[in-house]
Design a binder for this molecule. Structure first.
Ligand SMILES: C[S@@+](CC[C@H](N)C(=O)[O-])C[C@H]1O[C@@H](n2cnc3c(N)ncnc32)[C@H](O)[C@@H]1O
Length: 208
């Protein structure tokens, strides 16, 4: 991420949108987590999302990963009050085994607040988050599409991978390819943003 985007992400307006718009839309689709749930946030940035995952989604514990050590340091300061209910690690969402020793079927929920569009091999991140979700576990996502990334403001001020960008349809098709089933409908904003929740199927009953 460049300096413009880092400043935007650490701003009060970004926190306001994340709390009052994105969180509310995701809660309408996927609801709160069961008491004591273990959640994972990929690309946690400065840790405000983890705070929301505790306070608004009701997680019992949260693990979080980010590629940028400076972001992990910020998150560590913000989240100190949660003590050992939070584990923060530097590493990639495409290899959670390396970053967090995350085993298969280990998280009740995975949260993606606008990070997968930053990953050049984004399909590997979808595969990896599916691996670590428990059967019946939920994937809460807020994503930025190729349509937004092609806008002049994004092109001029922000930096993103240029290859294999995804539209909302590409992203949803990839979830489907991994067997993740949408819960309810998605929220789309002008073809630029996509929010929704999908669940990993339970093998025992063949559904979610
Ligand atoms: C647009 S920011 C979003 C931060 C935060 N989720 C938020 O909504 O404010 C993207 C974040 O993803 C991180 N990131 C980029 N590629 C990553 C990867 N492969 N694995 C983990 N984090 C990554 C960046 O360092 C950055 O903190």
């Amino acid at each position: 991420m460049n300096r413009v985007e880092t400043a935007l992400l650490n701003s009060a307006p970004r926190r306001w949108v994340q709390r009052f718009y994105e969180t509310e839309a995701l809660l309408r689709c996927g609801g709160r987590l069961a008491p004591g749930s273990l959640a994972l946030e990929i690309g946690c940035g400065s840790g405000y999302g983890v705070q929301l995952i505790f306070d608004r989604f009701g997680a019992g514990s949260v693990d979080a990963v980010d590629l940028d050590p400076a972001m992990i340091n910020r998150a560590r300061r913000r989240l100190a009050r949660y003590g050992d209910r939070v584990v923060l690690a530097e590493g990639s969402a495409t290899d959670l085994g390396d970053a967090l020793c995350a085993a298969e079927d280990s998280y009740d929920a995975v949260f993606d607040f606008g990070i997968i569009h930053h990953i050049p091999n984004w399909r590997d991140a979808v595969s990896e988050l599916t691996r670590v979700l428990t059967p019946g576990g939920r994937f809460y996502f807020e994503e930025v599409t190729a349509h937004a990334l092609a806008r002049p403001t994004y092109q001029r001020f922000l930096e993103h991978p240029t290859e294999d960008r995804f539209t909302a349809e590409h992203f949803l098709a990839e979830l489907d390819r991994h067997g993740l089933a949408l819960l309810g409908s998605t929220t789309r904003i002008q073809g630029d943003f996509l929010l929704g929740v999908a669940a990993k199927p339970c093998p025992a009953n063949g559904g979610t």
